[in-house]
Design a protein around this ligand. Structure first.
Ligand code: PLP
Length: 370
């Protein structure tokens, strides 16, 4: 039987699948009482580092902190410019501003809506120090080209992998490519905690130890009582780490389910709803099922009437946000055009093919309208 209501994202059902293990994790942490810095944190850090083919994982408070801590560890700050896509979640640009540097927004590819390497190259100037490759919607940015651009110009390549846990490009994992990568474990992400969480992944020993220090009040390695630099408090709680260790072994299977559902969408959607293209080397983990439609108001109307959830990522592009107006002096036509057409369809690993069929059926009612 098909439920008449199809949620945009069913977090409750997703957690129900691992209910028993979550209950046990909660009891274990309650039992030993080390609510911060407990043994579960180190265990998850080593599991996730291995999963991402990376030498170090440092658990932090959230994905935005992860980005900001990476920039701070690299000494990126006032006077520095960091290139980011105009189409991303605000956190990417926010972290750059928090570090005291300037975001330089560039346009995206019309077919994938991922950062356009040609636009990156054009934007490079003497103040540029880094490029943040955002792996948006679960698909990785064109990291092969971005790596060679960064190398040619002596820039640091970083990854915002908050939407891409487990994604690959040319067989390489998200989080293993840049000098450092930021992940978020916000509940709605592909690997989500039961609250906020984040991580920094890197092969660079120096960056790893600096991030660890900055996230722990600038505390010296040798002494609990000495603080070498003015840092902050940003940690992955023991309980969240325990939850993430329960969920990590299921991630590949859940990403596979997302892939199957997305394939079904591709086959069943009416022609008016165009899913984003996939780069030939990219293995997406489909964080979001984004399509482009010309008459979005009509599409969201028929969905709402039918009891189907939907989302918009993002109707006001990051670079158009009033918060960043002072850093913007040109329009990004591809980003602007996409902002009016993008529509995120329901997608959760617990969703059924029958539910995807129903969404496609409802969207087929758009036929004949403009
Ligand atoms: C979610 C997200 C972040 C921020 O992560 P938080 O854990 O919410 O701080 C950063 N970048 C992108 C692309 C995201 O989707």
């Amino acid at each position: 039987m098909i439920s008449p209501f199809i949620p945009f994202l069913d977090l409750r059902a997703g957690n129900e699948v691992v209910r028993k293990e979550l209950d046990r994790a909660w009891r274990d942490v309650l039992g030993h009482g080390r609510f911060t810095g407990g043994p579960e944190v180190e265990i998850f850090e080593s599991e996730f580092a291995e999963y991402c083919d990376s030498a170090h994982c440092i658990g932090v408070g959230n994905g935005t902190d992860a980005l900001e801590l990476i920039l701070a560890a690299l000494g990126i700050g006032p006077g520095d410019e960091v290139i980011v896509p105009g189409n991303t979640f605000v956190a990417t640009a926010e972290a750059i501003c928090a570090a005291g540097a300037f975001p330089r927004f560039v346009d995206v590819r019309p077919t994938t809506l991922e950062i356009d390497p040609d636009a990156v190259e054009e934007a490079i100037n003497p103040r540029t120090v880094a490029i943040i490759a955002v792996h948006l919607y679960g698909q990785m940015a064109e990291v092969d080209r971005l790596e060679s651009i960064a190398a040619r110009h002596g820039l640091v390549l970083l990854e915002d992998a908050a939407q891409a846990h487990g994604a690959r490009f040319g067989g390489r994992r998200a989080g293993s490519i840049g000098r450092a990568a930021a992940f978020s474990f916000y509940p709605a992400k592909n690997l989500g905690a039961l609250g906020d969480g984040g991580a920094v992944l890197t092969d660079d020993d120096e960056i790893a130890s600096r991030v660890r220090q900055l996230a722990n009040h600038g505390r010296a390695r040798e002494s609990h009582w000495v603080h070498d630099v003015s840092g902050r408090n940003s940690r992955l709680d023991t309980l969240q780490a325990a939850v993430l260790s329960v969920k990590l072994p299921k991630l590949d299977e859940q990403n596979h389910k997302r892939r199957v559902l997305m394939q079904h969408y591709r086959e069943q959607l009416p022609r008016r709803c165009m899913p984003l293209a996939q780069h030939g080397l990219a293995e997406s983990v489909h964080h979001l099922a984004v399509v482009q439609v010309r008459d979005r108001a009509a599409a969201t109307h028929v969905m709402s009437v039918a009891g189907i959830g939907w989302g918009l990522h993002y109707p006001v592009p990051c670079y158009r946000q009033p918060a960043f107006a002072e850093f913007v002096d040109e329009k990004l036509p591809v980003t602007d055009r996409a902002a009016e057409r993008i529509l995120s369809l329901p997608l959760s690993p617990t969703m059924t093919v029958a539910q995807v069929d129903r969404v496609c059926q409802v969207l087929s009612r758009l036929r004949g309208r403009s």
